[in-house]
Design a binder for this molecule. Sequence first.
Ligand code: ADP
Ligand code: MG
Length: 621
Amino acid sequence: MKQSRECVIEEKQLLQLQRNFLKYESLFAHYPGMMYLLDHNGIITEINDFSEKLSRHSNVQIKNKHYKQFLSNSEYDKVHHYFNDTLLGNVTHFQTIFLSPDHEPFDVELINIPVFIEGVVEGVFTLVRDITNERAAAFALKDSKEKYRLIAEHTSELIRLVNVESEMVMYASPSHENVLGSPPAYYMGHSFYKDIHPDDRGLVDDLLRNINQEPAIVEFRRRHANGYWVILEDRATSIPSRIGDERMLVVVSRDITEKKHAERELQKTLKQLKDLKYALDESALVSVTDETGKITSVNAKFCEITEYSEDELLRNSHMILDSGYHPQSFFYEMNCKIQSGGVWKGEINNLTKNGHCFWVDTTIVPFIGENGAPYQYVYIRKDITDRKHAEELLHTSDKLSVIGELAAGVAHEIRNPLTSLKGFTQILKSRLNSENDQEFISIMLAELDRINMIVNEFMVLARPQAVTYEKTDIQELLQNVLTLIETQAILNNVQIYTRVIEHLPEITCSENQIKQVLINILKNAIEAMTDGGEIILSLYSFGDEIIIEVRDSGTGIPEHQLAHLGEPFYTTKKKGNGLGLMICRRIIQNHQGSFLIESKEGEGTVVSIKLPFQLSQDERR
Ligand code: ADP
Ligand code: MG
């Protein structure tokens, strides 16, 4: 009985033992890592299947061998120390390096667990985990941290970490010292606003406020330790991660002071250039040609003076303005000079689109390309027509006054012998009886009268006199003018017909001035008929006015020129001075009369003058 009871107990214990063994087996089989059992000499007595995979050794070769087969000599001492500690009953946990069969190292983490049997350590369970990847990741992290540290510490840009809520600087890169003159510590733990220009605070507010949007860029000034302002360009980026529970902002600033100064200088230079161009455009005719002389640009003043539109000028040559005044050699020399890179200066006579002359003081500046040859020419011209005319006028009026005085003197000298000639001819007339002789003598006397009259007129016109208004017989005045102008008319093959109403009243006028008007108008009429023609001069009265009309059959005046008539110096003649009509207009105005020119191109011109019989006293000038 007793024996059977013991048998039952033994059987139960055996069953329990068997179950424990199976549990141990199952752990060994399914543990997803390397696991082996060492005896107290360090010999591997049991090893699980997974170990082959991890250790890369075959289990058959490993089993019953010392664990040091996994280790290099240098690691062995360390591991052996932990092994001994475990034999003393302690669980040990450490990292070491295993070697594969071909001596390739790999990182492992070991846990040694003592195997107690009835209170005595009988061996050691070792669990092994491959940590190669984990170590690589940890190393990579350390490496990237190091890289960022290097970047932050060695970049010339200023890098700051700013706490969004407190606006406090949590980190400032060492570059602060270089750019702002103070070490990072001067900024860390202080407000981001420290040393910001008071006027720029608003900008920085915007920067901090808009961090949730795209990276913001702001320019503002921060004070350098030496007191001057450094212009910074700040980029702020909100970083998604927080440090603790604080939201951070990365602000990267670049010193753009020099760039800004350069920009300002550039702006200043550009403005100066613009102002210069404006001044030039206001005062001068500017045009540019390419290297072949084709016009590539013109300014408004150029178009205004030449009367051509920009379109008509572009791609054309400046020869479009040639007046024929200068000989070919003039332009040849000019071209030689500028084509060899020299600046040419001179005065050029040009013609407008509508055919009137103008003078320009011209400077041509060649722009030299890299190959040493001009690639464009800039023409700067100043309209000097008025000056030229004034010079010419001074010249001619000088000449005229000298000639006038001479002529007046000569005329005076002629008058005396003329008087004796006339006297003696009259005596001869009374002495000679033959009819033929009488006729000759009459002709001689008439001719002498004519000479006398011309000489008298000449003396009156040549000598400038004070203007005096007197009652004048207009018919007689007209006759005197005709006497003067006749020779020129005949030379030009021009016939002058007069239509005069008899018994016209006398008018109050300056005889010399009205003569001057009529001479100017008749001269213009004759000059308009280069191949001859006729002038009809009518004189009549209407109401209380005298009307003088000069009608020619000359070239006429094109419509676009009519508006310019009477402007000083407006002339279409090579040797004209453009003063005749202006003087006429002024004189007639002073006589309270009116002056009208009607003309048709190719048919002729009619100039009508109206003069009151009587001048009202006050308006007489
Ligand atoms: P100038 O005779 O010196 O040119 P004027 O003032 O006398 O100056 O005349 C100005 C311009 O008016 C002349 O150049 C000419 O073109 C035009 N003109 C004046 N009179 C006539 C005319 N009878 N027929 C045609 N054109 C004329
Ligand atoms: Mg004239």
